[in-house]
Ligand binder design. Structure first.
Ligand code: TXA
Ligand code: MG
Length: 308
């Protein structure tokens, strides 16, 4: 059910859930300081309790209430990328500042300032909002109000912000051992951090992965079985690129041109959801792309989708 700002404010303040737009994907939001509302988020999504939530804030003064802000490069990261698709996982000053259910009992909290005017205003009139992506756990994320409705039905209130700009989740950085590490590839390419940090944040090692629990779970998977491919046969359903020639008789669900990863990511979740809408049982996805920049985000997402 699409609603406006005034109604969204009232519902969140009353401890209800509202799906909210961001520049990345839609979020399923509750006030961080209402643990019963937060519990509903986990329940409605079917999300494991061990997978913590991102807190969405509207200004950097709010961050200072929760964490020490003199960590190396933190101010520069905030100035350069907030509001925007960067999530920062930081040690809390005191555990009691954030209900344990929000952070899955970890001593850290993930923060992000979304670049969406409606949602920034919403946060200012409510409180910081926790919001996982607004999809059933394990499914592709939602980039339109219609996607949210497909997963949660017509009753869930949705603050209508149209189609999201980026179409893929925020990049997650974690600070520990005096370094920034990559928790999740996302809408900002990892190379973009080198100018500030002097190094490219590295993916977590196997023994460090429990620090970012969500990465270990099933993700982004349509009902259809998906195969990653660079060579294609006739009569396949292919999620691929508009400027490529595929064999005759194949059916293309286009992600856009193969020289533009921004456009491709903008279309990716809609294409994965299109498979289920059409009742496709089996499809192939084109992974003939370079391993740089946002293509690394593309490759990581489609690999996870195919594992589903
Ligand atoms: O773009 C986004 O980040 C979207 C929009 C709605 O903001 N949100 C999003 O939330 O993708 P979600 O819950 O689908 O993914 C959050 C990820 C999970 O992998 C979770 O494990 C990780 O962030 N995370 C959250 N809190 C964490 C923490 N304290 N330590 C490590 N990882 C954390
Ligand atoms: Mg998610």
């Amino acid at each position: 059910m699409k609603i406006g700002l005034t109604e969204a404010i009232a519902k969140l303040n009353a401890g209800e859930l509202v799906a909210i737009p961001t520049e990345t994907v839609y979020g399923l939001a509750a006030r961080y300081d209402k643990p019963e509302a937060v519990a509903k988020v986990f329940k409605v999504k079917g999300r494991p309790a061990k997978n913590p939530l991102i807190m969405h804030i509207a200004d950097s003064e709010t961050l200072a209430k929760f964490v020490e802000t003199d960590l190396p490069h933190l101010q520069k990261l905030i100035e350069s990328f907030w509001p925007g698709p960067l999530t920062l996982v930081l040690p809390l000053k005191e555990l009691r500042l954030v209900p344990a259910i929000v952070r899955a009992d970890l001593p850290t909290q993930a923060f992000r300032m979304p670049a969406h005017p409606l949602t920034l205003q919403l946060i200012k009139e409510t409180a910081p909002l926790v919001a996982p992506s607004a999809n059933l756990s394990g499914k592709p994320s939602a980039v339109t109000p219609e996607h949210v409705e497909t997963d949660f039905g017509p009753e869930l209130p949705i603050l209508d912000g149209g189609i999201t700009e980026k179409g893929v989740e925020s990049t997650i950085l974690l600070f520990f051992d005096n370094l920034w590490h990559l928790g999740r590839f996302g809408a900002i390419p990892v190379e973009a951090f080198a100018k500030i940090l002097g190094y490219i944040p590295q993916e977590l090692k196997l023994e460090e992965q429990p620090l970012c629990p969500g990465q270990l779970l099933r993700h982004y998977a349509p009902q259809a079985s998906l195969e990653l491919k660079t060579q294609f046969e006739a009569k396949e359903v292919i999620i691929g690129f508009s400027d490529r020639k595929y064999p005759d008789g194949t059916h293309l669900i286009s992600l856009g041109p193969s020289h533009n990863p921004e456009i491709v990511l903008h279309h990716l979740y809609s294409a994965l959801r299109e498979l289920d809408k059409r009742g496709v049982q089996h499809a192939s996805i084109d992974i003939n792309v370079p391993q740089i920049g946002l293509w690394k985000t593309y490759l990581e997402r489609v690999q996870k989708s195919a594992q589903g």
